[in-house]
Design a protein around this ligand. Structure first.
Ligand SMILES: Cc1cc2nc3c(=O)[nH]c(=O)nc-3n(C[C@H](O)[C@H](O)[C@H](O)COP(=O)(O)O)c2cc1C
Length: 439
């Protein structure tokens, strides 16, 4: 019997109180130890025991302060903040694990290519080839102002620049041949200079000479993740993304995005299975469906509408304190901000007739992505249905309780999916790219 197509799982982390669900950190069982190495080691071990393809840190290079012109709401409500730098956190997690992928969000707009190639290359080398780079072109003027610019460049210009940055970084990663390191003490040959090359990359806006200082890592090129949603962002994702993650409100929204992005990848000359598409979902588990629904009501009640308004403002680049919370949000052109976030808000607003205030609460729970709620069997049924309806290649799991949700999911749902032949029982390969290409 042919083996079944397998799901892929990636855990969404943000180094602060909130990943997506703003009630999660207020839950009585939440462990708020994220300023300690042990907390990160524990989560990495749990996810690796669950055979996740990867974990990754989202990141924002500053505190969202558009809502009412202040960061007060985000800080007070414990909103989305990348409080800590992902790279040292991933270094800690890599030491606690041996197989799981380790993804870092790093901005192509603000970090220079040589720095990106060196930092990610070092981690890929030391982790045995488990690194992913979530390439973001960044979405806030506040980030630009932290890096010496008055404002963020326009969207298409950011992506044009990002294309050059990724081209340059990939060339730097290739500047050492795989067999350039010799390490021959007898002959006194450390490395073969003929196997280390200048890059001499010259784009329209950036250039770098190379070679990189870091020898070739086991993956050669760390995995590229992407989350662009505007037409230009989707083309960028289709060109580079091996793992594309997305916010979609419903199964039919997921299917439309899936079809669109796979077609764009094919148009770029890529095989569709080289570009995996993972929508974000929340999971809330209970011993029975009824218990899970009670838990859902409890945890969603912990969300503060103000957090949602501040969060949405930061994501879409508009100060929503100026709009009425009693009217629905209308579509608009945004040059800064994330089209993916605006799209999912509009999807939910239209499908469910939400006012801005209601949409804000939903944004602060699951960013209007599905909450999948029930017993382990019910949750597995729903994941299977989405997976088999060509809505996705797997899922980005966002925590509704840290680290409890991941622990429960690994203990209760992963074995059900494994028994159904829908998820790996063990890692077949060593590198992240091998996990992603497992069929
Ligand atoms: C699911 C999802 C997650 C994202 N995570 C981040 C992030 O962690 N940091 C960031 O700066 N941008 C993040 N973004 C923003 C995008 O990567 C992108 O830079 C932004 O959406 C602008 O491109 P777009 O308008 O084409 O969507 C995310 C977007 C989506 C849809």
């Amino acid at each position: 019997m042919p083996s079944r197509r397998k799901m892929h799982f990636v855990a969404f982390l943000l180094a602060g109180p909130t990943a997506h669900h703003h009630g999660a950190w207020r839950h009585p069982e939440a462990d708020l130890g994220f300023f300690t190495p042990e907390w990160h080691e524990h989560i990495a071990r749990v996810l690796e025991a669950g055979k996740f393809d990867s974990l990754f840190f989202a990141d924002i290079l500053g505190l969202y302060d558009l809502y009412g012109g202040s960061f007060a709401s985000i800080l007070r409500c414990g909103g989305q903040m990348g409080l800590l730098d992902p790279i040292p956190l991933l270094s800690i997690m890599s030491r606690a694990t041996s197989r799981i992928g380790l993804g870092a969000t790093l901005s192509s707009t603000f970090y220079p290519p040589y720095h990106l190639a060196r930092s990610l290359g070092t981690l890929d080398l030391l982790s045995g080839g488990r690194v992913a780079w979530n390439v973001v072109a960044s979405h806030g003027h506040l980030e630009a102002q932290n890096f010496g610019l008055h404002e963020l460049p326009a969207r298409d210009a950011r992506y044009d620049y990002a294309d050059e940055v990724v081209e340059a970084v990939c060339k730097l990663w290739e500047s050492w041949d795989a067999d350039a390191l010799v390490l021959d003490k007898q002959r006194g040959v450390f490395a073969d200079p003929d196997k280390v090359h200048y890059v001499n990359y010259r784009g329209r806006r950036i250039s770098t000479r190379g070679p990189l200082t870091v020898p070739r890592s086991p993956q050669g090129r760390p995995v590229i993740m992407q989350a662009g949603s505007s037409p230009r962002g989707r083309d960028f994702a289709a060109r580079w993304g091996e793992l594309v993650f997305t916010l979609q409100h419903s199964k039919s929204d997921m299917q439309a995005f899936y079809q669109d992005l796979k077609s764009r990848a094919i148009a770029q000359g890529r095989a569709p299975e080289q570009c995996l598409i993972l929508p974000s979902i929340d999971i809330i588990l209970g011993e029975t469906d009824a218990i899970a629904r009670e838990r859902q009501a409890f945890i969603n009640d912990l969300v503060q509408t103000e957090a949602g308004m501040a969060q949405m403002s930061g994501h879409i680049g508009i100060d929503l304190s100026r709009l009425s919370p009693d009217l629905p949000l209308a579509d608009m052109d945004i040059e800064a901000g994330s089209r993916g976030s605006l799209d999912v808000i509009l999807q939910g607003t239209q499908a469910q007739g939400l006012t801005l205030g209601e949409a804000a609460r939903r944004f602060a729970t699951s960013e209007l992505c599905p909450q999948i709620v029930g017993s382990p069997e019910t949750v597995a049924d729903q994941l299977q249905d989405l997976f088999e309806s060509h809505a996705c290649d797997g899922f980005i799991l966002t925590p509704t309780l840290m680290p409890g949700m991941f622990e429960q999911f690994v203990r209760a749902v992963v074995p059900v999916l494994q028994a159904r032949g829908l998820f790996r029982r063990d890692y077949a390969g060593r590198t992240l790219r091998e996990h992603l290409q497992e069929t």
